[in-house]
Design a protein around this ligand. Structure first.
Ligand code: 13P
Length: 251
């Protein structure tokens, strides 16, 4: 009932032409992947061309961030949801831990960005996850629970149909140290219970929860076998079409 999503977050990698080349390669490698949605998130400067070249294919495009302000306004350096929609994106990654760590994002700004996305018909991939010290002190659920409550505050059941959660433990990002399938499953089940409490059992059962953090072709399968893991948000291993397509075609 929950269609899996395999999403690639290209972060601040690839010049325009390289992004387009990888996207076009990927398009043909995953054209038969009917079992899941495939999403890639290039940098802003490549979004329009990539989305144009992928039009009519099964690969969707995401932005990696958007402005908290929904309307066109005097916000130097910002890009609003309307503009992201306008160039052919369907998704936005919101609240990635790198944005929280290095760009001052808070649960409140995440919440405003999510609402801006929804206002313009985009779907938001809302990232949550604890850092190493929080896990080592046994506070991971409290941290993730707080990020969920803050990030999703005020969203209706209808809004939630366009929300995807990505659980990305910070200690697993770019470290080669994946959460074990047991650790990931435990947190995903916790997130689903939290959604049941904040929204409804039906909403919890229908929301896709992706895992992110050192996902590779050789560990995707065991993660996807878990009941509450509905896909992956992949960083490093999404940068090459051949590698990423192996993750997409995990079955
Ligand atoms: P890695 O797959 O490189 O660990 O990155 C995960 C991530 O941050 C995806 O958003």
């Amino acid at each position: 009932m929950r269609t899996p999503i395999i999403a690639g977050n290209w972060k601040m990698y690839k010049l325009h032409d390289e992004a387009v080349k990888t996207a076009v390669e990927l398009k043909s490698l995953v054209s038969n992947a009917g079992h899941c949605e495939v999403v890639i998130a290039p940098v802003f400067t490549a979004l329009k061309t990539v989305a144009d070249r992928l039009e009519g294919s099964n690969v969707k495009v995401a932005a990696q961030n958007c402005a908290a302000e929904a309307n066109h306004s005097a916000q130097t350096g910002e890009v609003c949801a309307d503009m992201i929609m306008d160039v052919g994106c369907e998704y936005v990654i919101v609240g990635h831990s790198e944005r929280r760590q290095f760009h001052g994002e808070t649960d409140d700004s995440v919440n405003r960005k999510v609402k801006a996305c929804l206002e313009y018909g985009l779907k938001a991939i809302v990232c949550v996850g604890e850092d190493l010290s929080q896990r080592e002190s046994g506070r991971e659920k409290e941290v993730v629970g707080g990020q969920l409550a803050g990030g999703l505050a005020g969203l209706t059941l209808a809004d939630m149909e366009r929300i995807i959660i990505a659980y990305e433990p910070v200690w697993a990002i770019g470290t080669g140290k994946t959460a074990t399938p047991e650790q990931a499953q435990e947190m995903h089940a916790y997130i689903r219970r939290a959604l049941s409490g904040s929204h409804s059992a039906e909403c919890a059962a229908g929301t896709r929860i992706l895992y992110g953090g050192s996902v590779k072709p050789d560990n995707i399968r065991e993660l996807m076998d878990r009941e509450d893991i509905d896909g992956a948000l992949v960083g490093g291993a999404s940068l090459e079409a051949a590698t990423f397509s192996k993750i997409v075609n995990y079955r």
